[in-house]
Design a protein around this ligand. Structure first.
Ligand code: IPE
Ligand code: IPE
Ligand code: MG
Length: 231
């Protein structure tokens, strides 16, 4: 593929519920199928040489869902991570988690910490999983951290360093599946100049071909960052 590739791709993985409903299945069946799409995107990103992939798995607003679905989502995530972590290490994927940890099940938080420590040495692909993540919450936590350190005034770059994605460049491309055209409180600060790509495809149907289409579209974009192109 002769494409100008993004170095950081962020994805709002949406449409699992609709995918399941269309098949008369429980919503959680859509989440299970969605995991396979996440795997496929991880593998292709790694093969293509994309350096950072950030996936929105659970938002600070998703607590509004029925307890049953919330529990199923955390069980799915924990089970998946336990089962697949070694495979991800073999692929030299470094896993990191962004978002709050104070409201998640203890066992999940422990596993997240273990995985972050164990995969620390890899750098083929950095995979950030956003769990109990909200862009506003990220900003407020960052402000509070700075205040706790006694900071009185900050520059943009100093402020970025307090955010969950401090060590990653801003996303070059944001993909949202399932037809919704909104940010839903994802990376509010970091998406300032990100190229946006929306597709009707539901997340469980978003596999290699769909991802390649998004990358091709990105490749044709002219990024100006407020400047003008050299002619
Ligand atoms: C995205 O799919 C997964 C999460 C938000 C956890 P949804 O569950 O939002 O699916 P729809 O939007 O109801 O189809
Ligand atoms: C955004 O999807 C959050 C995740 C994909 C984890 P939602 O389905 O929760 O977003 P809204 O409610 O349509 O904005
Ligand atoms: Mg949704």
């Amino acid at each position: 593929m002769d494409l100008k590739l993004p170095s950081h791709v962020a994805i709002i993985m949406d449409g699992n519920g609709r995918w399941a409903r269309a098949r008369n299945l429980p919503r959680v069946a859509g989440h299970y199928e969605g995991v396979k799409s996440a795997e496929s995107v991880v593998r292709l990103s790694r093969e293509l040489g994309i350096k950072y992939l950030t996936l929105f798995a659970f938002s600070t607003e998703n607590w509004k869902r029925p307890r049953e679905e919330i529990n199923a989502l955390f069980e799915l995530l924990e089970g998946y991570l336990k089962e697949k972590k070694e495979e991800l290490y073999e692929l030299e994927v470094r896993l990191r988690f962004i978002g709050r940890r104070d409201r998640l099940p203890q066992s999940l938080v422990k596993l997240m910490e273990t995985i972050e420590a164990e995969s620390d040495k890899f750098n083929r692909l950095v995979l950030n999983l956003a769990v109990d993540y909200g862009g506003r919450d990220d900003i407020v936590r960052a402000v509070n951290k700075a205040l706790t350190e006694g900071k009185k005034k900050l520059k943009e770059e100093d402020f970025s360093a307090y955010l969950d994605l401090a060590s990653c460049p801003d996303p070059d491309l944001l993909i949202r599946t399932a037809g919704e055209r909104r940010i839903s409180n994802f990376l509010l600060w970091n998406l300032a100049y990100t190229e946006l790509y929306f597709t009707e495809t539901l997340w469980p149907d978003f596999r290699e071909e769909e991802f390649t289409n998004a990358l091709r579209d990105y490749s044709s974009r002219e990024r100006k960052f407020g400047g003008i192109l050299n002619e």
